[in-house]
Design a protein around this ligand. Sequence first.
Ligand SMILES: *Cc1c(COP(=O)(O)O)cnc(C)c1O
Length: 428
Amino acid sequence: MHFISTRGQVPPTPIDDALVAGLAPDGGLYVPGRMPRLDDWSPLSTLSATALRTLAPYFEGSALRDRLEAICADAFSFDAPLRPLAGAGDHVLELFHGPTAAFKDYAARFLARALEGLRDPSAPPTTIVVATSGDTGAAVAAAFHRRPGFRVVILYPDGKVSPRQAHGLGCWGDNVAAYRVEGSFDDCQRLAKQALADEALRARVPLGSANSISLGRLLPQAAYYAHAAAHFHAAHGQALNFIVPTGNLGNASAAFVARSMGAPVGGIRLACNANDTLPRYFAGADYAAQPTRATLANAMDVGAPSNFERLRHWHRSDAELRAGFVAASVDDATIREVVREAPTRHGIVACPHTATGLKLLQDLRAAGDTRPWAVVATAHPAKFESIVEPLVGHPVEPPPALAECLARPARAAAMAPEYDALKAVLEG
Ligand SMILES: *Cc1c(COP(=O)(O)O)cnc(C)c1O
């Protein structure tokens, strides 16, 4: 299969080239030339088997084709359980059982293994530069940790991630180095972008990116939607509807990919925090990126959701796109209230991101909606203990993989928010 750019200025590109490139050369995002449709969505026993079935059509012409099964087995080695909640028809899709306790583990692991498979072993090592507001950097670090041929440089805004998130960024060592930048997430992103656009630097130091616009992060995420929906459909004869806590729109776009491929995915609702670019658009306003606002659900603090360009590409008009999704904004006061009440109301402890999704579920039920819904639990609550524990009134045990990471020492060097500082690190 070939891939095209959302901006239409590049020739059809084989998947392997699109994976390595990340961003298309015309500045657009790679999308499949056509969306493959599968007829058979009978449930498979493991998530990795569903991942293989979902991803195989995209990898038909790939050098990775014969290794795809092994890559899926390795990347999707932990479960994504769909659990019923207290209310009738209410479910949660738990995507936080990976090494960094957030959904980004699945796709980061897939991308790392795919890039490793595509690498020329005799080439000098590739440095993955990643700017993060918390979760991406940890997932990418864990995925590339001790992988031969790769080095990871993480940039995060000092003091603006939770203490456990900071630990999860700094606890790797070996080929992973974390830097706490004296600035905002936007400063981190600006520095990373500047390095990736610096051709002179790249001629000396091979660089790579692993951000959420990469195809290698988008496509694998379709697997857990397809898997949950296939099992639900087989058991109940109904499509499963999803509420997705949303920032850059990568995870929700993957739900759309699964639905477009014919998986029994029903409605898709986007739960946003106070960064309301998408809710405004879906309510009928012209699309207008907003300055980013800091919220309790920090991994969703995005004012210009990068995958919006993909969703727009996949629809013929704004009207068609707006008809396919609903988006709503949840403010910090409401996030607090939902986290506080989630144990009694839903029977779970929720992270602040998942809480935005629970709020949309509550609103649907209050409006009389009786369809089955799954709120996507994007991170484990123990990762945001400083917010969650005071609200629920008891400690939240970290899952084993996160506990392991918290038990190791963590280290991050300070970095001034200046390009020369990053360049010195990359060249060092
Ligand atoms: C990244 C992240 C999100 C937002 O996902 P997008 O794909 O950027 O929309 C939501 N919750 C958590 C915990 C995250 O880490």
